[in-house]
Structure formats: C-alpha cells, structure tokens
Design a protein around this ligand. Structure first.
Ligand SMILES: [Zn+2]
Length: 308
C-alpha cells in the first residue's frame, strides 16, 4: 500500500520570494530567528521533503508549483520544480503552475507536461493571481489540460493575504468549471477551507471533483511550526470530515492526503486524533477503512501518471 502526499512545495529563499511581499505578509522576520535560520526555514528542497516523508512513513509525494508574486509573495519557476524532483523519480512527481490569464499559459502547461514531465497542473491560485476560474479567458488552459489528460489542483477557496479578494475565490466559480468541463479531474486544495461544507456539496454533485485535505490540521491549531490560537480543533478539522462522510455514499472516496508546508508526520497525527475526539463527544466515528483510503487509495483515481 502506497501513501501519496499530493500537496508538497519546494522553493528557495530569497530567490523565489519577489520583493518583500512575503516578509510584509508575515509581519517581518520572526524575532527569535537569525537571518540564516529564517533562510533555512523558508527554503524547501528535495532532501528536506524526502527526510520528512521518511519520518512520516509517506512513500511518494507530488511537488506542486506556485505563482503568487504580489499577494503571498512566492513565485517558483517550473524549471526549478522539474529539476528538483528529477533525481528521485520513484519518490517525487511534480505539477506545473501558471496564471490562467497569462496568454502563454496553455503553451507553458503543454511544455511542462510533454517536455519536463509534469504529471498535473497546480497549485493554481486564482485568489493569488486575481482571476476567476469561470472566466472564459481561462478556458484555453482547460482545453489543453483535457487534451493532455492530467488533473488540476486548484486552491479555489479563500486566500489569506489582505490584498486578495473573495470574488476570485468563490466556490460558485468551481461549480461552473466542474459542470462545463466534466472530463477534467479537479482537486480542490485544502478541501476549500473554510468552506468545507460547500466543498462537500460540490463533490457530491460533480463526479470530477476531488479534494486534498492539506492544512486542515494547521487550520485546527495542530501545528508546532506556526502555532495558532485555536482552543479546540473540532470545528476546523473534525467537523468538516464528519460532514463530508455524512453526505451520499458516492462521495466517500474523493478526499486525498496532502500536507503542504506542514510536516507530514504532524498532519498524519492530526488526522489520527479525529476519531478519539469524536468518540469523546459522543459523535459518530469516521470508518477506519475510509481513512485508509484517504491515504492509500483515493489518489490512484486522479494521479494516474504516478505509479502506485
Ligand atoms: Zn500549497
């Protein structure tokens, strides 16, 4: 049984952090960290990814790109991601990122898949790039993705930087894309957090829509790297999963494990805590075999170019 982590990043600090956008977003370098420590913490390369995978018992990972220059402040060249995974074909695959409004986007996706070995498109961030995914100007990308038969991983839900707009992260736009491009396989990053109920509804409705569950433990305050002040994880982690598993059965096998910038071991332990908490509250538990499929099986329906 193979565990795939479908949402992992690679980047270099400061090379892939244009301007001081990211530093401003986080309110400056944390006072406890020297410049060298901050550089190390803000850089993610293949050896670190592989080390964390080993510590977590994860077999394979999909390393996704990101274009978020003026909002989150990270732009990772596709060539860099392709090169970073190249030496580890049994462990690491990659996904290319583009801004859908870039006239060169369809050609870039084609180049990345055909020439550089990308197995998916992502992480696409309409909120970070100021576009709606139901905008007709995005459709040429969908046509290319459909012809290449690769899935798209989209952070279609809300984004945090204050210069991003909710109008670009409206899950209604995802509803339209799923309906108008039924052959596309779409993975909604972070389960649409914080709109997980809407995401579960869309996944029940559209057979082509899946979701990764990356950063849900983080949203619930389960994080040693960036501790957040959440007094109890029920609303951000346990409740969305319970809601998801309460909708029709055809919807059950579409969640896929991902860790994003959280250590995968910490993410897995976060999910292992769900049932004990639900039990304590007298709520129904999530079947263990459903959890097993989230980690081992569901990804195989979507990431068909990654060998199991
Ligand atoms: Zn991400």
């Amino acid at each position: 049984m193979t565990i795939l982590d479908c949402h992992v990043h690679t980047w270099l600090y400061p090379d892939h952090y244009p301007g001081d956008v990211f530093l401003k977003f986080i309110g400056g370098r944390p006072p406890g960290l020297s410049e060298a420590q901050f550089k190390e913490a803000s850089t993610r390369r293949a050896p670190r990814i592989l080390k964390e995978m080993k510590e977590a018992g994860v077999d394979k990972a999909l390393v996704v790109g990101l274009k978020s220059g003026t909002t989150l402040g990270m732009d990772v060249p596709n060539e860099f991601v392709a090169k970073e995974v190249k030496s580890y074909p049994d462990k690491l695959s990659w996904a290319c990122a583009v801004n859908f409004l870039d006239p060169n986007a369809p050609a870039e996706v084609e180049r990345c898949v055909k020439d550089l070995g990308a197995v998916a498109l992502g992480e696409i961030g309409p909120g970070y790039g100021f576009f709606r995914i139901d905008d007709e100007r995005c459709f040429p990308v969908y046509e290319v993705v459909r012809s290449l038969d690769v899935p798209m991983c989209i952070h279609a839900g809300p984004t945090i930087p204050s210069n991003t707009m909710l109008k670009y992260t409206d899950l209604e736009a995802l509803d339209s894309v799923c309906a108008n491009f039924p052959e596309l396989k779409i993975v909604l990053c972070h389960f649409g957090e914080p709109h997980c109920e809407e995401a579960a509804h869309l996944m029940a409705k559209h057979t082509n829509l899946y979701a990764d569950i990356s950063m849900l433990p983080f949203a619930a305050g389960i994080s040693t790297i960036f501790p957040t002040t959440v007094s109890y994880p029920y609303f951000a982690l346990d409740h969305p999963l319970l809601f998801y598993f309460s909708v029709p059965a055809r919807n059950r096998d579409k969640l896929i494990f991902g860790s994003d910038v959280q250590h995968p071991k910490e993410a897995i332990e976060g999910f292992q805590g769900v049932n004990p908490r639900l039990e304590k509250m007298g709520l129904p538990k999530i079947p263990q075999d459903a959890f097993d499929r989230i980690f081992h099986e569901n990804w195989k329906q979507v990431f068909t170019k990654i060998k199991a």
